[in-house]
Design a protein around this ligand. Structure first.
Ligand code: DX5
Ligand code: ZN
Length: 226
């Protein structure tokens, strides 16, 4: 994974067919996805349960590019090695998940993965200020985490503040939640380069009929190019 700020679309498989994850990952990649975003939820940090490291390991061979694992779990540290061994390229932990996020980020890098830090909508930009030299990605949540298909919460000013704080550092800004062709342009303009999108990518398509995935991905890209 070399660093660049070109726009990357990361479909969230939270909106995919849960009985068919391997084929869904391959289908969205074939339709133009840059990264595949995997939402891990524990029913404790967030009020929903999805899947864990065994599922990540199972889908890994079906993903050619970057597997972007978003941990909505607490505690985090005890599970880092398992997700790294499952083949996660990026492991993102929430700044709200515990008192020692800096240690968590160091542990992610020590396990051989890239480290991301996520912020809930209610958490200010300043929460990542002291972490920018130990992260590869800042994920700005534009919904309260836990569910797909929620309405976008405008975090444009926060994105601009974080972009200014990052300066020349090789740190991505990822946006997660409610991203579609109407909301994507404002966050890209503010400095984001990775857009997670679940419902907006998977709507209207299926493994048997994957062309809508490509149309949906291109619609987001086109809106940001205007
Ligand atoms: C929310 C997840 C998101 C979500 C995005 O807790 O972290 O990745 O799946 O889904 P949409 O794009 O439908 O808001
Ligand atoms: Zn996510």
């Amino acid at each position: 994974m070399s660093f660049d700020r070109s726009l990357k679309i990361a479909p969230s498989i939270l909106a995919a067919d849960f009985a068919n994850f391997g084929a869904e990952c391959a289908a969205v990649e074939a339709q133009g996805a840059d990264w595949v975003h995997v939402d891990v939820m524990d029913g404790h940090f967030v009020p929903n349960i999805t899947f864990g490291p065994a599922m990540c390991k199972a889908i890994r061979p079906h993903i050619k590019g970057t597997m972007d694992v978003h941990l909505m779990i607490a505690p985090v540290d005890t599970y880092i090695d398992a997700f790294a061994e499952a083949g996660a390229d990026m492991i993102t932990a929430h700044v709200e998940a515990g008192p020692h996020i800096h240690r968590t980020l160091q542990a992610i890098r020590a396990a051989g993965a890239k480290a991301g830090v996520a912020l809930n909508p209610g958490t200010p930009a300043e929460a990542v200020k002291e972490l920018l030299d130990v992260v590869d990605l800042v994920c700005v949540m534009t919904v309260n985490p836990g569910f797909g298909g929620q309405s976008f919460i405008d975090m444009t000013e926060k994105v601009m503040d974080i972009r200014a704080m990052i300066g020349d550092r090789p740190v991505h800004i990822e946006i997660d939640g409610g991203v579609d062709p109407t909301t994507a342009p404002m966050v890209v303009e503010a400095g984001a380069d990775v857009l997670v999108a679940g419902s907006a990518v998977f709507k209207g398509g299926s493994v048997a009929n994957p062309a809508p995935y490509g149309e949906n991905i291109r619609a987001i890209r086109a809106a940001c190019a205007d």
